[in-house]
Design a binder for this molecule. Structure first.
Ligand SMILES: [Zn+2]
Length: 374
């Protein structure tokens, strides 16, 4: 497979293909159909939620020679040149690296000229919150009296850093975090297309790790493929991001619940010898115990295979909710202590030994501890 970042290769080319932002794409398409296009847009949202993709599609759609239902045709001369980057009337700028007054002044001078080919000259300014104060002031002057043939699409992850004067001149659209389900749906399509087999569990892990960003989801997928294999399972994804296998997590939690110190220490050795990060390991244990607790309370768990849910059910039946709460609480304190320690492995081992000996901290005990320290 040629190396093209999957994110670029599978960037949506029409609004219809965008994932999880129907509330935005519908409005934009209606504006284009009715010809009521704003002169400045602000696209706000987390990493990889589709802001830049939407900006590119919008810039094409308003300039397309043969738009259909508010979508660009992606086939006319203008669309083709926009896609291959040769259309000078669509200007993309990254404010993280071009944030000076000079950069914006150049735009101010340019806007007085008519576009060379397209109907509108469109400026897409990414990470717009990175502009300097002087640059904001310069931009504001242009936003106040924009010529008819100029449109601005500003994108940001941090709208609170934008001056109110800028905000008030833009139509604002808030991009949502993409749901796990939507990420999984899209990943499946991508995997089918590139002929990669991926398990249901692996898809879930990637979606959770991506935290609502399609770009991160695709970049994790891409990293999984770098060894040339075309099969991806849960362990492969976890291995890649340094999360110990679920098998180890289940083993150590079982040891804790059964007070089996030797097995617990053996599992720690196994995980460490695979070079996994100990903080990740602890975090996975906490999550697992929390999930046993959730299972005990609601009988519902989304992110596990049927096999694993059977394992969790077995553990859930052998332990009280109270005990689980105490373990989560003790491990959370341990996590906190480890953050500030240079002896993390020792602290971790001692913490696990204590738990295996049935010693948990009473909930609320940190407060006393910290009082004592003071
Ligand atoms: Zn077109």
């Amino acid at each position: 497979m040629n190396y093209t970042a999957l994110y670029r290769k599978f960037r949506p080319s029409i609004f219809e293909e965008m994932v999880g932002q129907e509330h935005i794409t519908k409005t934009l398409r209606n504006q284009i159909i009715s010809g009521r296009i704003g002169h400045a847009y602000l696209f706000n949202g987390g990493r990889g939620t589709g802001k830049t993709s939407a900006a590119k599609i919008l810039a094409r759609a308003i300039n397309c020679l043969t738009p259909k239902d508010g979508e660009p045709c992606n086939e006319c001369e203008i669309c083709r040149e926009a896609i291959n980057g040769s259309l000078t009337d669509i200007v993309e700028m990254d404010a993280a690296s071009n944030n000076s007054v000079e950069d914006i002044r150049q735009i101010r001078e340019e806007v007085n000229f008519l576009p060379t080919k397209a109907k509108y000259r469109v400026y897409i300014i990414d990470e717009v919150h990175m502009l300097s104060t002087g640059a904001f002031n310069a931009l504001l002057k242009t936003l106040e009296e924009p010529p008819e043939h100029v449109k601005f699409i500003l994108a940001t992850t941090e709208p609170q850093k934008l001056p109110a004067t800028i905000l008030s001149r833009c139509q604002r659209f808030d991009f949502k975090q993409i749901s796990d389900e939507d990420i999984i749906k899209r990943l499946k399509i991508v995997c089918d297309e590139i002929k990669v087999e991926i398990t249901k569990e692996a898809l879930k892990v990637v979606a959770v790790l991506a935290e609502g960003g399609m770009r991160d989801a695709l970049s994790i997928l891409e990293r999984c493929l770098q060894d040339g294999e075309t099969k991806i399972d849960e362990d492969k994804v976890k291995d890649l991001v340094g999360i110990p296998k679920l098998e180890y997590i289940n083993k150590i939690v079982t040891s804790i619940l059964k007070n089996n110190v030797n097995d617990a220490l053996q599992t720690i050795d196994d995980v460490m010898s695979e070079g996994k990060d100990i903080q990740n390991f602890l975090w996975e244990i906490i999550k697992y115990v929390k999930d046993i607790l959730i299972y005990k309370s609601s009988k519902k768990l989304n992110l596990y295979s049927e096999n694993e849910i059977a394992n969790i059910e077995k553990l859930a039946n052998e332990v009280t909710k109270e005990k689980l709460l105490q373990i989560v609480y003790t491990l959370s304190n341990l996590e906190n202590d480890m953050k500030y320690s240079s002896q993390r492995l020792i602290l971790f081992q001692v913490g696990i030994i204590k738990l295996c000996s049935g010693q948990t901290e009473e909930i609320g005990s940190t407060l006393e501890n910290s009082n004592r320290k003071n």
